[in-house]
Design a protein around this ligand. Structure first.
Ligand SMILES: [Zn+2]
Length: 245
């Protein structure tokens, strides 16, 4: 089972897909796990990647991965491969697909429909607090002359405000409208609204922002969640790219 975006689906040359925990060959709880670094059998992960990317005809040779570190590092790339210590990839190269690995942090995908540029961003609370989304927008504007009105955005499944508990030291890094106090020590953080507001402040049109109504933590039958399953949590991936004209 994979997810797609109704906004992105309007653009025929755009490839976009997210995996879930369903449809893989790994032994549970991994299922459709796409990460080699969570203790899953390597052959099964390889097979899962073939299944996921193969289902929509993305050759392994055209994929760019990032080793995510909850930073605000953005890279503009022109070739596939593994990119170290980065949480956002941007490209205007066709037949190059950008990946985000997911298990609670937000995967955010951007498409400049005028300049034909795509971006894949990984942003949990640390990324949000560190400004990874703003940095990505700034890089798009500076390097590709991206204007907010031409951006189409998808904010994917993530730990949502229903379940995403954090301590006071984390909550207080955000304006009060993005968290609710649950009890004396716990706050529920609404990162999707935070990102949505960052995009709106870049003049992205409201109708061009799609926010997935899914929570990785409590929708345990569909999504992996590190917060819920700890070291036995698999990883999902989201991928975006552009076909040749
Ligand atoms: Zn939830």
């Amino acid at each position: 089972m994979t997810l797609t975006s109704s906004l992105f689906s309007q653009f025929k040359h755009l490839r976009f897909r997210l995996s879930t925990r369903l449809g893989g060959v790994s032994v549970e709880p991994y299922g459709m796990n796409l990460s080699f670094s969570v203790g899953d059998d390597e052959n099964n992960v390889r097979k899962n990647r073939e299944l996921f990317f193969g289902a929509f005809n993305i050759p392994p040779s055209q994929i760019a991965y990032q080793k995510q570190i909850h930073s605000n590092n953005v890279r503009i790339i022109t070739a596939p491969g593994m990119y170290e210590e980065t949480d956002a990839l941007i490209t205007n190269v066709r037949n190059l697909s950008l990946c985000v690995t997911i298990a609670d942090c937000m995967p955010i995908f951007l498409f400049d429909k005028k300049q034909n540029v795509v971006a894949a961003v990984h942003s949990g609370w640390r990324g949000c607090a560190n400004g990874i989304v703003q940095n990505t927008l700034t890089a798009l504007e500076k390097e590709f002359l991206t204007q907010g009105e031409n951006l189409i955005c998808y904010v994917g499944p993530a730990a949502d405000k229903c379940c995403y508990e954090v301590g006071e030291e984390v909550a207080k890094q955000f304006p009060g409208k993005y968290f609710q106090q649950k009890n004396e020590n716990k706050f529920l953080l609404d990162m999707k609204s935070f990102v949505r507001d960052v995009l709106l402040s870049f003049r992205v049109q409201e109708s061009n922002i799609e926010v997935a109504p899914f929570c990785t933590i409590h929708q345990s039958d569909v999504f992996h969640s590190y917060r819920r399953d700890g070291k036995f949590s698999g990883r999902m991936m989201g991928v975006i790219g552009m076909d040749e004209k």
